[in-house]
Design a protein around this ligand. Structure first.
Ligand code: TYD
Length: 133
């Protein structure tokens, strides 16, 4: 499936703790315009259920784990995320759903644009029509 890629970021592990770095030239694919975090995730819940029209994103699971289900209108793939050294790069029209959150799951999302509700496709039938055309 096109429209996603797993990126490796540097990780410095020590007995005292772990440091991860997200830097231009070392994994970042674009100039970051916005960072948001999703915390206090309910293990039984799901999120996402949308696609973006133009937005590029890199999702990093800073703590715990979860599963991203990606759908390009033809096929679906499950991507487990569980490390601050792994970024899930998403671009183009990819429907995404997040699930299987551990109670300590913390997600950080870096994007190439400021928030715009107009960039969201929140209806699955509209998504299918847009990827067909
Ligand atoms: P949404 O992107 O739907 O979250 P998720 O994909 O994790 O389910 O956003 C949830 C709500 O937060 C929605 O009402 C829009 C708002 N929001 C902002 O105001 N600014 C932002 O940068 C983001 C990502 C969301």
């Amino acid at each position: 499936m096109a429209g996603f890629e797993l990126i490796s970021f540097p990780l410095y592990e020590a007995e005292s703790g772990t440091l991860s770095v997200y830097e231009q030239g070392a994994g970042l694919r674009f100039d970051v315009k916005r960072v948001y975090c999703i915390t206090q995730l309910n293990p039984g819940s799901t999120r996402g259920h949308h696609a973006h029209r133009e937005l590029q994103q890199i999702v990093v699971c800073l703590s715990g784990s979860c599963v991203f289900t990606l759908d390009d209108g033809t096929e679906r793939v499950d991507i487990p995320l569980s490390s601050p050294s792994t970024g899930l790069y998403l671009s183009g029209r990819i429907w995404r759903e997040m699930s299987e959150f551990t109670s300590n799951c913390v997600l950080m999302v870096m994007t190439d644009a400021v928030y715009s509700e107009a960039d969201y496709i929140r209806d699955y039938e509209t998504f299918l029509e847009e990827v067909k055309n």
